[in-house]
Design a protein around this ligand. Structure first.
Ligand SMILES: [Zn+2]
Length: 288
């Protein structure tokens, strides 16, 4: 969750309203509704979404109760996020089917006062990426990310690789669904980490360094956090969002990112840096 912009760019003046306190908030997610979120994962929707050719093993045209992908079984003793995933749209089309567009008006409106505030990177330098992914339940969903225009094509290719690898992702909704960060600018990163949300742009300070106003590369849309629950962040001020997966890594969970994994290589072979190589581990974090 963390890496900061380097020298000179680290600190931006931001209007009033910053909370000086540095206490660590709770880890509860804020699950309520995602305004404008299209579709749900209701069983009827799940059963009718397209499946990969032959993946279900069922005769053509027959509705199958089994997921087309392989569900994730948590390692023995592993805690789960306190809240289930938010409503997730089902997949669109076949394969990863990535699509990069300017930020649509409704999305832009939902970002205001949360992942975007005045003074942050202009809308024109951001893009809206939608892409299919494999959920932990073995079903296909449609994820959404806001990223820098400069890395949007890269991000689409990386997420397409993860799809092809069948790398599971718990959920991929915009961080605005978790409300505003009570500790400073940005959407509530503590809440979305605790909810295991995969996300990118969030104009916020580095977790644990809010009082110093140290901006994260997420503030430029040049960083992506992946499966935050299984891939925690070790900050000088604490370990987020939970410690179990720090004390039990690597584990058998396919969501845990390990050096040399195809999922990690999908990023690094395109020149992205992985926080799992840093002294202060940020296992969930990739940046470019
Ligand atoms: Zn990060």
């Amino acid at each position: 969750m963390s890496w900061q912009l380097r020298a000179g760019l680290l600190v931006i003046p931001l209007v009033g309203s910053l909370i000086a306190g540095c206490s660590i908030p709770g880890h509860e997610a804020k699950p309520p509704a995602v305004p404008g979120s299209p579709g749900t994962t209701a069983p009827s929707a799940r059963l009718t979404q397209p499946t990969e050719s032959g993946a279900s093993g069922q005769p053509p045209g027959q509705v199958t109760p089994a997921p087309p992908g392989r569900p994730v079984t948590p390692p023995a003793g592993a805690p789960e996020p306190a809240s289930p995933p938010l409503p997730r749209p089902v997949a669109v089309g076949t394969g990863a089917n990535p699509r990069v567009t300017p930020i649509p008006d409704p999305v832009w409106a939902s970002m205001q006062g949360k992942s975007w505030t005045p003074g942050c990177v202009p809308r024109q330098r951001l893009r809206y990426l939608t892409v299919n992914y494999w959920g932990f339940d073995g079903y296909r969903y449609r994820g959404e990310l806001v990223v820098a225009a400069a890395v949007a094509a890269d991000a689409a290719a990386i997420l397409s690789d993860l799809y092809a690898q069948r790398y599971p992702i718990r959920q991929m909704v915009l961080p605005d669904a978790f409300g505003a960060n009570p500790k400073g600018i940005g959407a509530d990163d503590y809440a979305q980490m605790a909810a295991d949300n995969t996300s990118a742009f969030n104009c916020r300070y580095v977790v644990g360094r809010e009082a110093q106003h140290v901006l994260s590369l997420h503030a430029l849309g040049r960083a992506i956090d992946v499966n935050t629950w299984e891939n925690p962040y070790v900050a000088p001020t604490g370990r987020y969002p939970d410690t179990w997966y720090l004390d039990h890594r690597p584990t058998a969970s396919p969501a845990v990112l390990v050096a040399g994994d195809p999922a990690v290589r999908a990023f690094t072979r395109r020149g992205w840096t992985w926080g799992g190589t840093w002294t202060e581990k940020d296992w969930q974090h990739f940046q470019h």
